[in-house]
Write a protein that binds this ligand. Structure first.
Ligand SMILES: [Zn+2]
Length: 109
């Protein structure tokens, strides 16, 4: 059932800006990395887990509202988005919840 063997490793999408849609594994089970990444809007920014990498392609995760101070926007790079999506998918499936990717910033139901 696992059709992930033909996917490109995450590292290869790191510096690509173009979005092409290869016709592979579109109906496969599990999570397709590029399909997940396509759910997010990517722009140059600072990954909240990798601030030392400077401006890289990041997606908005959520906006936090600290009690004191200004709102902070959390952005994450592709590797972090995929990792969070996988963690959420694993947590949801172990709870028997049908998981919908694309909203890592929101709480699971
Ligand atoms: Zn990151």
């Amino acid at each position: 059932m696992n059709t992930l063997s033909h996917l490109h490793p995450v590292e290869q999408v790191g510096h690509q800006r173009n979005t092409h849609h290869p016709h592979q594994n579109a109906a496969g089970d599990g999570m397709h990395r590029q399909q997940i990444l396509d759910l997010y809007e990517w722009a140059a920014g600072i990954c909240f887990r990798h601030p030392d990498q400077g401006e890289i392609a990041t997606a908005h995760v959520k906006t936090v509202h600290p009690r004191a101070g200004h709102d902070e926007e959390l952005r994450a790079c592709k590797a972090c988005i995929l990792q969070m999506e996988q963690e959420r998918w694993a947590a949801a499936s172990s709870d028997g919840i049908e998981y919908t990717p694309g909203r890592v910033g929101e709480a699971l139901p």
